[in-house]
Design a protein around this ligand. Sequence first.
Ligand SMILES: [Zn+2]
Length: 321
Amino acid sequence: MTASRTSSDVFRIDRREFLAGSSALAASLLLQKGGYAANVHRFQHGNFDISVVSDGFLMLPVEIVLPDAEPAERPDIMRRLGGTPERAPFHTNIPVIRTGSDLIVVDDGSGTHFQESAGKLSANLLAAGIDPSEVTKVVLTHAHPDHSGGTVKTDGKLTFANAQYFVSEREWQFWTDPNFEKVMPQALHGFAKGAQRDLFAVQDRLTLVGAGDEIVSGMQVLDTRGHTPGHISLQLAGGDGAGHEGLVITGDAVTSNVVFFEHPDWHFGFDTDAELALKNRKALIDRAASERLALLGYHWAYPGIGRAERNGAAYRFVAAA
Ligand SMILES: [Zn+2]
């Protein structure tokens, strides 16, 4: 898989096709537990009180979701993801974490910069009784449009006006490189414009972090590069009372709770460095299985919480909720 496959062109879905495909899916998602509504899943992990707030969902085409699958096995997997043979919904699970005097949001969704089925974070926060002005910290796992696109509102103001922002130093350097358009393929130029819009908007309140740094006590940055060159995940200390002594918020290090547990050697079509992403994805899932870590995945079936178990040479995802 080359970087050219990360073209934003695949998201320019014909509006009629999109509406036809998404209305049936939206109806089915509504029936799932909290899938697309403000019915917020809330749980405690150590000193962290976590609400998983949905930003809606994205529709991804089969060639991005399953580039390595045989044509004959694709339709069944796409159906298990809740989709059609051509497209499947990817949820967007945003952890909103209370700890001490902080209220922390991990990724701020699509805003108005991506598909119409996403960008619901602000509405769902409101419905859940969470005031955006109380958010003290926003951590961006990376600066793709479905993760940082909610940074600035349509009126130009910040969604989280009182928050400090955190992104990895590598991510900042990658997207804000003045020579980006000269050195990176054209397919990524649109994403770079969006990333620059979001990152420059919070430049005066941005902390650049790296592996091992703590956002707050007990919330540590993990280097999970590959999906983007500066992608990070977060590991939260403490137990959940069920024998899991850590929780990893994966971001897009693992983009599906079905595909990459069952097929850890398959690539994902939106990884900037597909081989590095695969290596780090597999290592994270394997460590989660060994250490019985709880996992929270951004694009996994809502609320995206569970753990990894070994299953022969692969893994299986065991949902916690
Ligand atoms: Zn994503």
